[in-house]
Design a protein around this ligand. Structure first.
Ligand SMILES: NC(=O)C1=CN([C@@H]2O[C@H](COP(=O)(O)OP(=O)(O)OC[C@H]3O[C@@H](n4cnc5c(N)ncnc54)[C@H](O)[C@@H]3O)[C@@H](O)[C@H]2O)C=CC1
Ligand SMILES: CC(C)CC(=O)C(=O)O
Ligand SMILES: [Mg+2]
Length: 351
């Protein structure tokens, strides 16, 4: 599902990479195109058409570009492209969003932070994806005392908190065995319950160290000393914001992939960034976040960690060759287009 803006440019490259890496491996992927976001609104009058829903629910995995654009910003809210994305996340029950922020060593100078602050960075943000203010009812704009007032509702029940907690603790068991739960328990009741449930879940994982941090402090700590974190688990809105922030530790938001998983073994894979209308159609978008999301697709939806690693190692190789899209290009590098980055990746994978 390419979606809008740079979506078609970056998914095109990710599909080429998936085709190249699976060649001759016994895994043959059948790609079914799907409309989502503004592209779906233009073609079918809705950002998440029934045909897209049906195809998504039948698929093993969904690869998605991004949705949204200024031409859609004045549509009624239910018809906006972003609602298509929220719709597919909800329809597939994709409650667990994994956003790994890993610094490829060649990009230490592309980060806005000092290289010693980010060198060796490897953190995983586990973001709850189907609850919180993005989905809470009631919501709307109403008139109160003659004034228009916007309102949203944030709520989380114990089941929702527990299941995302378990995802974070299980992930930590495979990594550095530390979970930092980020909340706003000094102010919000949802966070008070969140913290209580995280402590309860942690009892089942005695090898994992659980800590808690308020979200404002977490935003500061992420740029002060990000390597203190292993796994961060947090609710939907906080995770959305903190993951964009963490992306800059890796050099660019164009490097941050994501996997969104449900409890039926299905997944949706998309870069953490949006449709970047400011650079759409220019052939300069970084396709690596989407390509790394395709690697996550092979790992989580097809059990092919071997193929995922081949893609990740090819990303390392193209960076080693000095190839950079504009967002990660510093003065000694060779700037290449979205397509040329894809070409270089395919050449490495077919070698
Ligand atoms: N998952 C999704 O589909 C998301 C969609 N959006 C939508 O995207 C549209 C634009 O939103 P923004 O806030 O501007 O966020 P954005 O993530 O699209 O762009 C932010 C900045 O990062 C740059 N950027 C993003 N991806 C890049 C890439 N792969 N290579 C190089 N540079 C890249 C953009 O050029 C822009 O300067 C809006 O309509 C928004 O609602 C925003 C976030 C997520
Ligand atoms: C556009 C939003 C629905 C989502 C978002 O910003 C994200 O998932 O990162
Ligand atoms: Mg976001």
């Amino acid at each position: 599902m390419p979606g809008d803006g740079i979506g078609p440019e970056i998914t095109e490259q990710a599909v080429r990479i998936l085709e190249a890496v699976t060649e001759g491996t016994g895994l043959s992927l059948n790609f079914i195109p799907g409309l989502i976001g503004g592209a779906a609104y233009d073609a079918a009058g809705h950002p998440f058409p029934d045909a897209t829903r049906d195809a998504a629910l039948k698929a093993d995995a969904v690869l998605l570009g991004a949705v949204g654009g200024p031409q859609y910003d004045n549509l009624d809210r239910p018809l906006r492209p972003e609602r298509g994305l929220l719709g597919i996340r909800s329809a597939m029950g994709l409650f667990a969003n994994l956003r790994p922020a890993i610094l490829y060593p060649q990009l230490a100078d592309s980060s806005s932070l000092k290289s010693e602050v980010v060198a060796g960075l490897d953190i995983l943000i586990v973001r709850e994806l189907t609850g919180g203010a993005y989905f809470g009812q009631p919501r709307g704009i109403r008139v109160v005392d003659g004034q228009r007032e916007g309102f949203n509702t944030m709520h989380y029940n114990e089941m929702e908190i527990e299941r995302i907690g378990r995802v974070a603790f299980e992930a930590a068991m495979q990594r550095g065995r530390k979970v930092c739960s980020v909340d706003k328990a000094n102010v919000l009741e949802t966070s008070e319950l969140w913290r209580e449930v995280m402590i309860r879940v942690s009892k089942d994982y005695p090898e994992v160290e659980l800590s808690h941090m308020y979200v404002d402090n977490a935003a500061m700590q992420l740029v002060r000393w990000p390597k203190q974190f292993d796994v961060i688990v947090t609710e939907n809105l906080f995770g959305d914001i903190l993951s964009d922030q963490a992306s800059m530790l890796t050099g660019s938001i164009g490097m941050l992939p994501s996997a969104s998983l449900n409890d039926k073994g299905q997944g949706l894979y998309e870069p953490s960034h949006g449709s970047a209308p400011d650079i759409a159609g220019q052939g300069i978008a970084n396709p690596l976040a989407t390509i790394l999301s395709a690697a996550m697709l092979l790992r989580y939806s097809f059990g092919r960690a071997d193929l995922a690693q081949r893609i990740e190692s090819a990303v390392n190789d193209v960076l080693e060759q000095g190839l950079r899209t504009r967002d990660i290009c510093t003065k000694n590098d060779q700037e290449v287009s979205t397509q040329a980055m894809g070409d270089a990746m395919v050449a490495i994978l077919r070698r």
